[in-house]
Structure formats: C-alpha cells, structure tokens
Design a protein around this ligand. Structure first.
Ligand code: GDP
Ligand code: MG
Length: 351
C-alpha cells in the first residue's frame, strides 16, 4: 500500500516547497489506490506544497488484535474523533479503516483492522481476516492490542505467531487495553502471560482506550520509530473513508446496538444517495441488506418500531457527523447469501 513512501526522493527537502513530479505522482497514486477522497484545489496553497519542518515524520501504524479488544475505541481515542464504529459485539469492524493524526512535526496513519479470529464461516469473514493480515507487512509500527481483563486466548497466540512471521523490522508495541476493568494485582498475572507470547517487542503500555488513560503516552512513544516522510493526507482529514462509507457504518452501528443474535452479522448497509438539499438538509437513502426473509420482520419490528428506533439513533449520529439536519430514508431488502457472494461483497467495497 505504501511500499516506497520512505525512500529518499519522497522526503521533501526543508525549504524546498515543490516536491518532485515523481514524488507528487507517487502520492497521487497512493491516494487513488487507497480510495481517499480527492481534495479539490480552491486556489489556496495545495496541501502537499506546505512547507514541513525539518525531520518531519510520517508512517502507518497497524492495530492488530482479536475481535473486541478495543482497537477501534483506541483509534478513535488517538484521533480524538469517532471514525470507526464500536460495539460490544465481536466483528464490528469489517474493513480496514485509516485514522489520520496530523501534528506539526508528524503525521500518523492508524490502520484499524477487523479482528483476527479462528474458523471464518463466510467469505466475508475470510476477507476481513485477510484485510487485517495484509496490514502487517506494510506497517511502520504495529500495535498488538490485547484485553488484559482476561488471560490470553488461543487467538492471541495465533496473532503473536503471525506477527513474528510477518512484521519484519517494524517495531511492535504491546497495548495492554482495558486496564480500568480489574485491580492491578490481577492484571499483573495476565500481563505476564501476554508478554510471554511475544519475546521481542519494542515497548508495552497499559492503557484504557475507553477512558483515555495513557493514550497520550502511547502516542508519544510511537513517533520515534517512524521514518522521515511527507504528509500523505491534508492536515484536516481524519480518515480515508468517504462520507457514504462513514454514513453506512453509523447506520450499521445503530443496528448493532439494537439487534441481537444473527441479525447484526447478517446486515449490510448500502448508501445509495447522500446529497445536501437546497434547504440545507442532507438526504440519505440507504438499503439494509439482510440474508433471509425471516430477518426482515425482525429488523422492521412491530409497526415498524425497530426500524424507527434504529433510524432515530443513526440519524442522531449522522447529524453530529454531518453537522446539520439529516433526512434518513431506510429500506430493508433481502439479499440472500450476500456474505458469500463476490459481486455483493464488491458492491460493499471489498476487493
Ligand atoms: P475492536 O473489535 O477491537 O475494535 O473493539 P471495540 O473498539 O469495538 O470495543 C469492543 C468493546 O470493548 C466495546 O464495548 C468498547 O466500549 C469496549 N472497550 C474498549 N476499550 C475499553 C477499555 O479500555 N476499557 C473498557 N472497560 N472497555 C473497553
Ligand atoms: Mg473494531
């Protein structure tokens, strides 16, 4: 994804505001391949012509861990904005998502990944795991996120083995999350068991992603190992996702909150329209796919009560995200076996 971003010619010489054509082309290529929304020139200084301080650093930091350990919560906490949805249900994050943190001296691109777990049942799950694994060799640093409130599981061992094989020279930071959940004495036993999984790590940090404890400290220690490099994204951009993708995720988050059992996993969202109307209201039309006829009435509820509840919760989040009034039009559609059909998965943005 960014094979040569830290090669010499990509580093902008201090005092030289014009990056080489080659370097610009590479940035363009990178942005296009990552699906980042293009910035339009509005006559102001182009963002990659900004003069950066000498020794400016940048890089990709991948968050790897089993489902539900708090990877997305941690990315949101580090970015300071909600760019990745969170729920207590496993496998909430389905694709890799960039969270971009820009500071005067560095830019860190966090790669939030779906959790790595055993025995994927559907093509969707296999693609989710592939996305997570693909992020490892490309990363400049890796956050191995674990849940210290419980002892290591088989999946943590599996991930540790995978990191040993694939991480190359990228430093690995052990992130011991959910420290707020148990007394220190108890945590210590678990921490030692986690450490035993991976003999070589750059640093380990107890954190609470939920409360923000030690998150700044973790951020501080991440900058050092990053290579010198340019800004890959404009300073005010916090994610690589498009508005439509974020809208779809916020709707899915509301579904995860209110539905149970197979429904959260069977649902996918396709945003078909997102447009600001003349009166300033943003109109969003989305389809919710479910897999079976029997799931449709559950999602809609008696007299549409469930869908109303989901719509109201999603609208609230969408209005916060868009910063204005939203009219949300939700339609439930049965799309059988979408989790195993390549064409459907492509429509949802999987490669
Ligand atoms: P992911 O699957 O690894 O991305 O995990 P999420 O970020 O979706 O979080 C899974 C669940 O763990 C959610 O219910 C979070 O609120 C919760 N969680 C995340 N971080 C913490 C933490 O530091 N402390 C506690 N107590 N809960 C957390
Ligand atoms: Mg997640």
């Amino acid at each position: 994804m960014h094979d040569d971003h830290n090669t010499q010619e990509n580093i902008q010489a201090p005092g030289d505001p014009t990056p080489s054509a080659e370097s610009q082309a590479r940035i363009q290529e990178f942005l296009e391949s990552s699906g980042a929304p293009m910035t339009e020139s509005d006559g102001a200084v182009d963002w990659h012509e900004e003069v950066l301080p000498e020794g400016h650093k940048s890089g990709f930091v991948a968050l790897i861990g089993r489902p539900n350990v708090g990877k997305s919560t941690l990315v949101n906490s580090m970015i300071g904005e909600k760019i990745s949805i969170v729920s207590h249900k496993p496998q909430t994050t389905r694709t890799r998502i960039f969270g971009i943190l820009t500071q005067p001296t560095h830019q860190i691109i966090f790669v939030d990944t779906p959790g790595i777990h055993k025995k994927p049942k559907h093509k969707l799950n296999r693609k989710m795991i592939e996305e997570a694994i693909a992020a490892i060799p490309d990363a400049d640093a890796i956050l191995f996120v674990v849940d210290v409130s419980v002892p290591p599981r088989e999946e943590d061992e599996l991930i540790a083995r995978m990191l040993k094989q694939k991480a190359g020279r990228a430093p690995i930071f052990f992130v011991l999350n959910k420290m707020d959940k148990l007394p220190l004495e108890k945590a210590k036993q678990h921490v030692e068991a986690y450490w035993a999984l991976l003999p070589h790590y750059a640093d380990s940090m107890p954190v609470s992603a939920l409360r923000g404890t030690n998150v700044e400290k973790l951020l501080g220690s991440l900058v050092e190992p990053l290579p010198e490099g340019p800004r890959y994204y404009p300073g005010d951009q916090v994610t690589d996702q498009t508005e439509r993708q974020i809208a779809a995720e916020l709707i899915r988050e509301a579904i995860l909150r209110y539905t149970h059992q197979e429904i959260p996993h069977a649902a996918a969202i396709l945003v078909e329209d997102l447009a600001e109307r003349a009166n300033g209201t943003t109109y969003i039309a989305a389809r919710i796919w479910v897999e079976r006829d029997s799931q449709k009435p559950i999602l809609i509820g008696k007299q549409g009560q469930m869908l109303k509840k989901i719509g109201a919760a999603a609208r609230k989040e969408l209005e916060r995200f868009i910063g204005g009034k939203v009219y949300l039009d939700l339609l439930v559609k049965v799309q059988s076996k979408w989790r195993d059909q390549d064409a459907r998965l492509r429509e949802l943005g999987f490669k």
